[in-house]
Write a protein of this length. Sequence first.
Length: 96
Amino acid sequence: MVMCTCLVIAASGTAMADIGASTYKQVCSSCHEAGISGAPILGDKSEWSLRIAQGMDALYTSTLNGKCKLHVQDSRPDLPDETVKAAIDYMVSQSK
């Protein structure tokens, strides 16, 4: 049984990573590819390092309640917070 649980968790993690990448491409890339409105450019380690150093909870809060909130709500109001967090996870993984 333990092995099955681990496999489900791994599959779930992989699925969320795929969702994060897809959400980035569909929603977040419009700002994070060109640095629009101060958005840190995906993969730019110097721009992301200070944000990453604040911790994931700070990044999630900033995104869900700050600058990105209006953009996400305008472009994809159907996205649950967990999907937005998966996109943040993706961006961080690409920017370390």
